[in-house]
Design a protein around this ligand. Structure first.
Ligand SMILES: Nc1ncnc2c1ncn2[C@@H]1O[C@H](COP(=O)(O)OP(=O)(O)OP(=O)(O)O)[C@@H](O)[C@H]1O
Ligand SMILES: [Mg+2]
Length: 615
């Protein structure tokens, strides 16, 4: 519970997504990766995984041995001119081994690419499905794009961790081990000890400096975000800035942000310089010690000059991948966090879930009842309180009341987007918590207050109501929603794209797409949340006709501000502050002379009433 609410911008900026993630250690990251790779769905890739690992190790083995051929060749040459043949053989072997040791990893990457892709797809699809199934409440507290980012980064982290841990870092330590064996067998243990000591010192130094730099980097990123966000904010608000003559103030603020960003950038660059210089120092001291040891061996007649060359090459090989250890370590840590986040998402439990023994609603009558229902949104006191009513099958219920009185909330409860805190919502006399969400929602169609569309074509957006609808039904639904003339008049017709969230359509057009979609779905219960509020009165009258037709014989719940649209309702509930304060049909409520009658009088005076409606 509290986890959800602490999401807002803490100073560290650690958790803007509101999903918990630990600062995962190497071991736990490895565990996560293994957990994914061992999943049964990836079973068919096991042999490829084995081959990839085998190729990696072979390549490293060859890399350690290659310099020895070079050393032999140099030794042969320094012996005298008679030794051209062994020198040529040695040099050829050296080049061949070099080629294999750097070529095999490419072969491995090619082989492994589909495995990594499959693993990424597997967990991404898992997480996506999980996100889809999480409750309304969960989605309401997330920023747009945050979930998508978690999934993206998690998948990327998986790929990175496999590549780096399995194919880079781990093999480097295998190489170190092999090099130590080769060195001590060929040149005695003292060289091996120095080589290992150098690498250990190098790694320890790198990791400790990197830990420090990770913190620096975080603060640099924060300053960077701050700088960019404030610049964008100020430039997009140019109108406000100009009208307050605040150009100079804004520029000064930009300068201040830039300055504090620059400071963190400089310390970040300096620490990188310290890191790199220290690494070079350690590596070269080690190299010097080894070269000296080898030189002493040469002087004592124990080794040839080629052996010095071989030792140097072995070490250079060993150090090359270590060069990016600092960077890789940081990325590995980040990868661990990203992966944890993704698993955190998958561990989220929805607060609206199907009961284990949930039943599938059959085709029924379509009757809705609330029994003493109370509900409040998170962190709000107002909501619904003690609401009871019943809409018999085929009847029309209207909800009216001031803005914020809980009308839309009531509709959402019918969908079970939220669970009630008290009382029961019943569909055909069954508590909706006892049926599957899917079968419940299949029986309902909602035209919401703000229709939001997918960024595809008009056709796809309407078809969303029933993807397998026939062409005839589709056209009929559009016609009923008074959309057909509009659609056929468009240059691209049905294929017109509606833009992000439907921004390329007018409010009224969007609303009619929402209506067409609902009509096409042909539900048992139709829920209309001010479905015609954005329409002019002529279009509204036409659409209202269509809605009246569509709701004939069908249970309908209507939220309306314009009372003239609901005079024919079988029952009208007047809500105020989440409570039902009046109920009855139009005549009864007028006779009651309460809030409804007051609203009715006000509206009658302000607008023309359609014919036949009593004033
Ligand atoms: N997701 C939410 N989280 C917190 N509070 C909410 C949420 N949705 C609605 N509310 C609050 O619940 C109350 C009822 O909102 P609701 O949308 O049901 O009102 P309404 O009667 O439909 O109003 P309107 O006529 O303006 O559409 C309001 O006070 C609103 O601020
Ligand atoms: Mg509303």
């Amino acid at each position: 519970m509290s986890r959800r609410h602490q999401a807002h911008g803490t100073a560290s900026g650690a958790d803007e997504d509101g999903i918990e993630s630990r600062d995962a250690g190497l071991v736990s990251s490895l565990g996560r990766v293994a957990q994914i790779l061992l999943r049964p769905e990836l079973k068919r890739w096991r042999p490829i995984m084995g081959i990839a690992l085998f190729l990696t190790i072979i390549a490293k083995l060859i890399a350690v041995v290659a310099p020895l051929y070079f050393g032999d060749a140099v030794n042969a040459l320094s012996d005298g001119s008679s030794a051209v043949r062994p020198a040529i053989i040695g040099l050829s072997l050296w080049v061949g081994a070099r080629f294999l040791s750097s070529g095999l990893p490419y072969l491995r990457d090619g082989l492994f690419a589909p495995v990594s892709q499959d693993a990424q797809r597997l967990i991404s699809v898992d997480a996506f499905g999980k996100a889809q199934n999480l409750s309304m409440r969960f989605h309401l507290t997330r920023r747009t794009g945050a979930l998508n980012r978690i999934i993206d980064r998690g998948a990327g982290a998986l790929d990175f961790l496999i590549r780096f841990l399995a194919f880079n870092i781990a093999p480097t330590f295998i190489e170190l081990f092999l090099a130590a064996i080769v060195l001590s067998v060929k040149f005695g243990p003292s060289l091996a000890v120095v080589a290992i000591a150098t690498v250990v010192a190098y790694v320890m130094f790198t990791l400790s400096i990197t830990e420090w730099r990770v913190k620096q980097r975080r603060s640099m990123n924060e300053k960077d975000t701050q700088l960019r966000a404030s610049a964008v904010d100020s430039l997009t608000n140019f109108e406000t800035v100009k009208s307050f003559a605040a150009e100079e103030r804004e520029t000064r603020r930009y300068d201040e942000f830039f300055e504090s960003y620059s400071k963190t950038y400089v310390s970040q660059s300096r620490s990188l310089a310290i890191l790199n210089a220290g690494q070079e120092l350690i590596m070269n001291v080690g190299l010097l010690a080894l070269a000296l040891l080898a030189a002493i061996g040469v002087a004592g007649g124990k080794f040839g000059p080629g052996d010095i060359a071989a030792v140097t090459l072995i070490l250079m090989n060993l150090y090359r991948p270590l060069n990016m250890l600092g960077w890789a370590w940081r990325e590995i840590k980040q990868g661990g966090v990203d992966l944890e986040k993704m698993f955190g998402l998958m561990d989220q439990t929805s607060d609206v879930v199907d009961a284990p023994d949930a039943i599938v609603l059959d085709k029924g009558r379509g009757e809705i009842a609330f029994s003493e229902v109370s509900f409040a949104h998170d962190g709000r006191s107002a909501g619904l309180e003690d609401v009871s009513f019943k809409v018999e099958a085929g009847k029309k219920l209207a909800l009216v009341g001031p803005s914020g009185s809980g009308k839309s909330t009531l509709l959402k409860l019918i969908f079970r987007f939220f669970d009630v805190s008290d009382g029961t919502v019943l569909f055909d006399d069954i508590d909706i918590r006892k049926v599957t969400q899917r079968s419940l929602r299949e029986k309902l169609a909602l035209v919401p207050q703000d229709v939001v569309l997918f960024n595809t074509t008009i056709r796809d957006n309407i078809l969303y109501g029933r993807p397998d609808a026939s062409e005839e039904d589709l056209v009929k639904a559009a016609d009923q929603a008074q959309l057909l003339d509009f659609i056929t008049g468009l240059a691209d017709g049905w294929q017109t794209r509606v833009g992000e969230r439907g921004l390329k359509l007018s409010g009224g057009e969007k609303q009619r797409v929402g209506i067409a979609r609902a009509i096409l779905k042909d539900p048992e219960v139709l829920l209309l949340d001010e479905a015609t509020s954005a329409l002019d009165s002529t279009t509204e009258a036409d659409v209202q006709d269509a809605l009246d037709k569509a709701s004939k014989g069908r249970t309908t719940v209507v939220v309306a501000h314009r009372l003239s649209t609901i005079v024919d309702a079988d029952q009208i509930l007047v809500l105020e502050n989440g409570r039902i304060i009046e109920r009855g049909n139009h005549e009864e409520l007028l006779t009651l002379d309460g809030l409804y009658a007051k609203m009715w009088r006000r509206q009658s005076n302000n607008q023309e009433m359609p014919d036949g409606v009593e004033k």
